[in-house]
Design a protein around this ligand. Structure first.
Ligand code: SF4
Length: 344
């Protein structure tokens, strides 16, 4: 699933929540040649970001996914073969321990499709490290993934899941036919295990004794949910096109009401993010003559109060080959961008 890194917050009038079909959704057909937008983004008057204390290792385990969403910025799908190799997988717990990191953030593709996913979660848990799974929800009912939801719950894994709308037609338009129904089924399954419950939903596994070979050098337990901690289920909304997301609090209230009324579903928080004008999305804006207007919208909506909360200040992003980046989006822009020192 996609994941947020840079956050923009509207300081202008609220955009309109798309209640109808996603007519404004911007997609480019896979295989279409992409126009370069990076050269248009590099000269910027956005304030530079300063790194903070490193707390999080965010790892892309590979591009294989059970879905093929048209908007996917890594072009993930069932036929992608890029997967992290054994050597790099086994290095991850050692890095967590050596650096005393508190959080392992797993993404893809569908990270659960990596054959060492459960081993990796188990190893991180043994270190007392909090694990976040960027879950697309449909993977929970995918053949071969038996017991996945139970595994996540037993290990107290935080689930962050994309759900672009609470209406079926909008979700299926963006993510594929039938995705809505399977996403709702996945949410119900997680709720039944205790995820997203305001007063309940306790993790049951004890982190146990750290493995001797992976003992943290300091601070590793971080904010990991100890046995009895809440099972967190957060949803993510991003717009279908070149507009800002609605204000987060109002949209979260609407999601909570609609999902509860329609399906009896509860969750903890809704995170709203804006689309970055890079790769396929940026190229499409450029080809339609909408790139510069969108960039201007982002600039006038910039809120300096949000700089302190930009999550990539505290993480290192790792691609499926084991290469390091200062931000998830710089990972997507490729090695040439790595080490540029500007993660904004
Ligand atoms: S669920 Fe969709 S957006 Fe997420 S990685 Fe798979 S194809 Fe991409």
């Amino acid at each position: 699933m996609r994941r947020p890194v840079a956050r923009f917050k509207a300081t202008i009038g609220p955009p309109i929540w798309p209640t109808g079909p996603v007519a404004a959704t911007i997609v480019t057909k896979p295989g279409t040649a992409m126009l370069d937008t990076l050269s248009l983004l590099t000269p910027t008057d956005f304030p530079a970001l300063k790194r903070s204390r490193l707390t999080t290792l965010q790892v892309n385990l590979g591009y294989r996914c059970n879905q093929s969403c048209l908007h996917c910025h890594v072009n993930a799908g069932p036929n992608r073969t890029e997967m992290m190799d054994e050597a790099n997988i086994e290095l991850i717990p050692r890095v967590l321990a050596a650096r005393g990191l508190s959080t392992l953030d797993l993404t893809g593709g569908a990270p659960e499709l990596h054959p060492r996913f459960r081993w990796l979660v188990d190893a991180a848990r043994a270190l007392g490290v909090k694990v976040i799974d960027r879950c697309n929800l449909t993977i929970l009912s995918e053949p071969g993934q038996d017991g996945l939801a139970d595994f996540l719950a037993v290990n107290g894994v935080e689930v962050v899941a994309s759900l672009p709308c609470y209406l079926e037609e909008n979700v299926d338009a963006q993510r594929g036919k039938g995705v809505y129904d399977r996403s709702i089924a996945g949410l119900k399954r997680l709720n039944a295990l205790g995820y997203g419950q305001p007063g309940g939903g306790l993790s049951s596994r004890s982190p146990g004794s750290p493995r001797n070979d992976l003992a943290p050098s300091g601070g590793g337990s971080g904010d990991f949910p100890e046995p009895g901690a809440r099972l967190t289920l957060n949803l993510v909304y991003n717009p279908g096109g070149d507009h800002l997301p609605p204000a987060q609090a109002g949209l979260e209230a609407a999601y909570k009401k609609e999902l509860l009324d329609r399906h009896g579903i509860v969750f903890n928080r809704l995170l709203t993010i804006a689309n970055m004008p890079i790769l396929r999305f940026g190229s499409t804006l450029l080809s339609r003559g909408r790139f510069h207007d969108y960039l201007a919208l982002l600039k006038i909506s910039h809120n300096p109060d949000n700089l302190a909360g930009v999550m990539c200040r505290e993480l290192v992003s790792v691609d499926w080959r084991g290469r390091l980046y200062d931000c998830d989006f710089n990972q997507m822009l490729g090695p040439a961008r790595a080490g540029s020192g500007n993660s904004g």
